[in-house]
Design a protein. Sequence first.
Length: 327
Amino acid sequence: MAYSGSIMKNLINAILRSEDNDNTLTHMLKYLGIGFVMGAADIVPGVSGGTMAFIFGIYEKLINGIKTVSGKALTLLAKGKLIEALEVIPFHFLVPLALGIGAAVISLSSLLTYMLETYPELIWSFFFGLVVASIMIVSKRIKTWKFIEVVSAIAAAVAAFMIVGAVPTETAATPIAFLASGAVAICAMILPGVSGSFLLIILGKYEQILQAVHDKDIVTLGIFMVGAVIGLALFSRVLSWLFKHHESVIIAVLTGFMLGSLRKIWPWKETVKTIVDSHGEIVPVVQRNVMPAGFNQEFMIAVGLFVLAFVIVTMIEKTSNRKPETL
């Protein structure tokens, strides 16, 4: 009993000694709030929590944190060095961030779903303003736009524009397909401007994953999660290396992704194709952007919400830490 107590004490001390100096209550509450905003953004298809992480200046810190957990910490754990593994994990950053994301998903999913179904133009106008402001803020991190940055941004914008407008395909429900879709979806979720759930729809896996959840198909979900873990571990290393060696180029690419994603969140749409999900509900998968019906009261409210969102993001950027945080 005394031995078990000693182990628990060492584990707690290791967590408290983790390589992260943001261990004050103020910092943890800040990351909890940022996580909540990221989770709220991730709920909406076409809006990325990665965009919010960029605005708050923690994007690189998040990528490096994921890299540490899936790399250095995992290596130490494989060697049986549990205490050392816990010490390198930035718990004071990742835990409140994860709790905030989870709280947003649990508390806001139903509300946002209802709002999007009831007032789609108004809600999408608000999110459109969020992303437009985000593009301006993120692009300012590049002091001088050279040829390579401009070309990278244009290429990324075109790619994102094509992806969000792609027609969903049908793919076989094989273990390899679920593994690959898990890796692709999780990578998209941490990229500003790219929606992981929307990519699953394009890959023909969205309904299949929902059905697996409904049927409690542990094998399929397990394969999907393994793919997600592998994708996140590998992609975080790629992003970390790019930020270290080609920061302006990767920021240009992420700016382009957000710019191209505006196609998805344009407020006024006409549904061309729908699918029926595992709950029997009709879900639009192919939509065409159209101009507003007229300059009526609803249009003016939509414009007001766009401006409000733009102002909110601008104020957040001005009051947050201007220097990007790193581990």
